[in-house]
Each structure stands twice: as C-alpha cells, then as structure tokens.
Design a protein around this ligand. Structure first.
Ligand code: COA
Ligand code: ZN
Length: 309
C-alpha cells in the first residue's frame, strides 16, 4: 500500500521560539525559502503571539511578508487570540493554527487562558475569518499529558476536540507538548479521534523529549493519521512548558517513511541541505540523527587490510 503523507515543518515557529538567541529576520526568510523548495506540504512560518511572551518571533510580519511563496505549499502561522488572527489575516496566510491547551495549568502558564477562555477567543476568531478562504486549524497542546498536571483525561481531550469542531474549526492537531505520549496511547487516541470524526482533518505533533517521538509517529500512522508536524534538525519546544525539548526531526521522519516505501513528496537531500545550515543559524549542534549519520544507504570504504594487495 502506497499512501501519500503530508509533512509539515514547524522549525521556524516551534523551533526558533525556544532558542536562546534571536535568529535574524533575513536568515529566517532564507531558510523558509529553501524549505519551500523541498516538497513539504506545509510550513509553520512563525507565530502571531505577544512579542513579550515570544520575543524570538517578534518579526512575524516581516518574515511572513518577506518569504517567496511556492504554489502547492501551505503557509500557516500559530495564533493564540483575536489580535493574532487579525495580524495573520493582514499577511494573507493560507492557514491560521489556533493554539490552546487541553490542561488548565499549561493553558494559564502559556497563554494566560483556560481551555474555555481559549474557546471564547476562537469563537470570535471564527467570526473574523468568515468570508475569507483561510483554513482554520487548532492545535491542542498537552493532549497526551501536561508537565504540571500529569495525565489529561482522554474524555476531556474528546470534549475539547468536539467543542473546537462545533465552533467551526476545520482541522485539529493533537500535540504532545513535552514528549509524554507513548505509542499505545497515541494509537488509542488517534483511532478514537478518527472513529468519532472521520471527516475531520487530524495532524499529529510529537516532541522527542523522551525518545518516543518516531515510535509515536508510527503509532499515529497505524491509526490512519497522514499529517505530521516535525521540525528541521529536531529543534523545538514550548518556552512555557517546563522540560520541553525538540520536536521529532523532519529529516529523520522523512527518512523513516521513505525507507518504509511511503510517499512524502519531500526531497530528502534538499531537506538535509537546509538542515545543514541550522547549527550555524542557531549557534549549536542540532538533534537530527540523519544529518550526523547520513541516510541508511550511506556506505563506507572497507578497512584497508581487506583490499587485495
Ligand atoms: N500579538 C501581539 N501582541 C499581542 C497579542 C498578539 N497576538 N496579544 C496580546 N498582545 C499584546 C497586547 O496588545 C498587550 O500589549 P501592551 O502590554 O503593549 O498593551 C499585551 O500583549 C498583553 O495583552 P493581553 O491580551 O493582556 O495578553 P496576556 O498578557 O494575557 O497574554 C497571550 C496572552 C496569549 C497574548 C500571550 O500569553 C502569548 O502570546 N502567548 C503565546 C505563547 C506561545 O506562543 N507559546 C509557545 C507556543 S505553544
Ligand atoms: Zn510543539
């Protein structure tokens, strides 16, 4: 069975938001322009959040307006509230990705809003987007666990997904904000979401904080999920979720899917070229496995002593 998967890179949003240093605007634009040519389905360019909350993305308008958009690539941005939505619409984004938390404590820490307060903002946002053709997605942080509260009851997750769809959100991303998810849980929740809402568009968003990232992606795939957020180089993390670290790495994910014979639409060599720029851009090594190890078809010369004299 060959199946088309949609790979959505979030490095310039989820990745750059948590870096200790601001990545210069022109470098962000150059990286996104390079990523646009790799065959990714979607790029999460930036976030329209408070510059006090996320100073690294304070150049959101400049970045969104500065990139060269490529036909066939969707450009999305993270939005927490009505003000962010208005800023995003002014930049003519293809999609707004609303962000809320499934847990009260992370919601308050990250957004100063409980889930219910976020939903009120989102109702107003749906009104603001009416009459436009912008796609409205919502990312549900801490779906698989909260770093403050621990387990988030699955019934609560489904209740919130239902509320999001009821107010008119078109797609939902199930986010494992701090790598608490395990593959059995992922398969169960993704199966249940697809059973309850077969017509809705679901995306899986995993962080590799506890080394379960690619296993979780595989579990989501087995449950029929075909859209994956991932971050070039494996950068990423929420600055308001203690212990957060990088997303699953885009090139590692694409490499795995390609080895399995699955169609991602992504040119892995071009993706690796883009990833190779990251250490210099962010000033440190990145978690990417394939950038270091090379693809599985990499071959080394035999030891000298085996060669015929
Ligand atoms: N874009 C730009 N500025 C915004 C904004 C937005 N979307 N939303 C609010 N602001 C500004 C307000 O204008 C106000 O500015 P002022 O102090 O100059 O008057 C200030 O931020 C506070 O506004 P308020 O509505 O009271 O927000 P808050 O302090 O309750 O913070 C959020 C709420 C959602 C704006 C803020 O917590 C946030 O941006 N969080 C994003 C967190 C995030 O992205 N985490 C990582 C992704 S998971
Ligand atoms: Zn994330």
């Amino acid at each position: 069975m060959s199946k088309r998967l949609y790979i959505q890179d979030v490095a310039t949003r989820d990745g750059f938001q948590i870096e200790s240093a601001f990545v210069p605007t022109e470098d962000k634009i150059a990286l996104i322009d390079q990523l646009s040519l790799t065959g990714l389905a979607k790029i999460e360019v930036t976030s329209f959040t408070s510059p006090k909350a996320i100073p690294n993305l304070r150049d959101a308008e400049e970045v969104m307006r500065g990139i060269r958009r490529v036909e066939g690539v969707e450009y999305t941005v993270l939005v927490p509230n009505v003000k962010g939505c208005e800023r995003a619409l002014a930049c003519e984004v293809d999609e707004i990705n609303l962000v809320m938390s499934a847990s009260d404590t992370h919601g308050l820490a990250n957004l100063r809003m409980t889930p219910e307060q976020s939903l009120e903002q989102f109702k107003a946002i749906i009104e603001v987007t009416r009459g436009t053709d912008v796609f409205v997605n919502a990312s549900l942080s801490t779906t698989f666990g909260c770093p403050f509260e621990g387990e988030v009851p699955e019934a609560r997750v489904y209740e919130l997904v239902q509320k999001l769809l009821d107010i008119g959100v078109q797609g939902v991303t199930l986010c494992d904000t701090t790598g608490m998810a395990d593959p059995a849980q992922v398969e169960r929740i993704c199966n249940e979401a697809r059973r309850r809402w077969p017509q809705s568009v679901f995306t899986a968003h995993f962080h590799n904080t506890r080394g379960m990232g690619l296993a979780n992606a595989l579990a989501a795939l087995n449950a029929g999920i075909d859209r994956f957020d991932a971050s070039l180089g494996g950068l990423g993390g929420c600055p308001y979720a203690p212990g957060a670290s990088g997303n699953i790495c885009t090139e590692d994910l694409v490499h795995m899917f390609q080895r399995m014979g699955l169609e991602t639409g992504v040119d892995l060599d071009q993706l690796l070229d883009a990833a190779a720029r990251l250490p210099e851009l962010v000033g440190h090594d990145v978690p990417s496995a394939i950038l270091k190890a090379g693809k599985a078809d990499r071959r080394y010369p035999k030891p000298k002593w085996m060669e015929a004299p």
